[in-house]
Design a protein around this ligand. Structure first.
Ligand SMILES: [Zn+2]
Length: 274
């Protein structure tokens, strides 16, 4: 059964908040998945990870993780590149400890380089990261995300290429694709093309265990400006849900609306009624 994840602890989580409290609140609301937002930094507390894992297991909540934003696997600066790889590895190893199944990563900024060169740099960094899979994150998927700005690495085909090579699956964010392509990717036909390409690269079985993002989005000709609530955006989100249903997509769709649980539940309820 496809799960809709809230992007971080629900707004209604009682203070002092935190991931464990957030999980309890999500359960109360009827939400069955959560993306843990380690976007500023990755926690190091191992006991805390065990606590998250136990709580999520007990409540039957599926976990994914969002890695820090401060990552550029295309950095020409050796120290920055090393720090980027370390942040990704930290997120993957802590995800392993807390029982999350996949970690999404904003892989790189293009910095004016041709896309083929960026792809090669990301590929090389990924090779270094994946060397540690067996020891540090054997059960966790490294999911490069499709990105909303043309200045970023992350067209659908780019993330699929690298994912395929290392036996991972990407984090497809159709809202980012919609923004990056200036209003395209907002119809049943285009989403079907998107899933066809996904399937072509990483196999039809991988559509049974997706890690995706979805939300409304504001954009300019330069791409993404900010995420929006579903009902205040031009996203044909109900049509998107129909495609998910029709193709029997399974796994986790993280709702990245600023309304958090409100829109997660809206997606979930609408999907159930289809
Ligand atoms: Zn993201």
């Amino acid at each position: 059964m496809l799960r809709f994840a809230v992007a971080g602890s629900p707004h209604s989580t009682p203070s002092p908040g935190g991931t464990v409290e957030g999980l309890l609140q999500a359960k109360k609301l009827g939400i069955t998945a959560m993306e843990i937002e380690w976007v500023q930094n990755v926690p190091k507390n191992i006991e805390r990870m065990a606590e998250i894992r136990e709580t999520a297991e007990e409540l039957g909540i599926t976990l994914t993780v969002h890695a820090p934003y401060f990552v550029n696997l295309n950095s020409p600066d050796r120290a920055k590149l090393a720090a980027s790889k370390k942040r990704v590895l930290d997120a993957l190893s802590m995800a392993e400890l807390c029982g999350a199944r996949s970690v999404c990563v904003h892989a790189a900024f293009n910095l004016g380089l041709p896309p083929e060169k960026v792809l090669e740099n990301v590929r090389r960094a990924t090779e270094d990261i994946m060397k540690h899979k067996h020891a540090l994150f054997p059960h966790v998927n490294l999911a490069y995300e499709t990105m909303g700005k043309q200045t970023q690495f992350g067209t659908l085909e780019e993330v699929l290429k690298v994912s395929k090579e290392f036996d991972n699956y990407p984090c497809v964010d159709p809202a980012h694709m919609h923004a990056r392509e200036n209003g395209k990717v907002n119809s049943v036909e285009e989403w079907n093309d998107m899933f066809d390409l996904y399937q072509k690269y990483v196999g039809s079985k991988s559509l049974q265990q997706v890690h995706m993002h979805f939300s409304g989005i504001a954009y300019t000709t330069k791409g993404e400006r900010k995420h929006l609530p579903l009902q205040q955006s031009d996203a044909k989100w109900k049509d998107f849900l129909k495609v998910l249903k029709k193709r029997k997509i399974d796994g986790v769709v993280v709702c990245e609306s600023p309304l958090l649980e409100k829109d997660t539940l809206l997606m979930q309820k609408t999907f159930m009624k289809l």
